[in-house]
Design a protein around this ligand. Structure first.
Ligand code: FE
Length: 137
């Protein structure tokens, strides 16, 4: 695996396989997609911070989550532009924008421009790429 210079958590495929579930490894490290409506955070309405399931980097606040009906947890913005990175993805004959964790390069999902106000963005993210750190309120 080639790492971009801005990634600060660097592990070999073998090391990732040891600490991730097989599904996390397939999605986060091999850019697979979980089946819609199967992920544990699709319907989740709890408050907290969604962090990268590979490295713990903070990615999305629950207050930016919305019901998209797509079957994947969806957010209208990341917690900031520094913790994620986006790259053009032309796999499967589609032109999409891939969303990754900037710290470890994990594949998170894709971003589309049909989201709600105020950003009009829809970050369509795999549940297995996330870990919700619940707020104690
Ligand atoms: Fe990460």
């Amino acid at each position: 695996m080639t790492l971009s210079s801005d990634e600060t958590v660097s592990k070999t495929d073998e090391e990732w396989q040891k600490i991730l579930t097989p599904e996390q490894y397939r999605v986060c490290r091999k850019k697979d997609t979980e089946r819609p409506f199967t992920g544990k955070y699709n319907d989740c309405k709890e408050n907290g911070m969604y962090k990268c399931s590979c490295c713990g980097n903070e990615l999305f606040d629950s207050n930016s989550k919305f019901e998209s009906g797509t079957g994947w947890p969806s957010f209208f913005k990341p917690i900031n532009d520094e913790n994620i990175k986006c790259e053009s993805d032309t796999a499967y004959g589609m032109i999409r924008t891939e969303v990754m964790c900037k710290k470890c390069g994990a594949h998170l999902g894709h971003v589309f421009d049909d989201g709600p106000q105020p950003t009009n963005l829809r970050f369509c993210i795999n549940s297995v790429s996330l870990n919700l750190d619940k707020k104690n309120e």
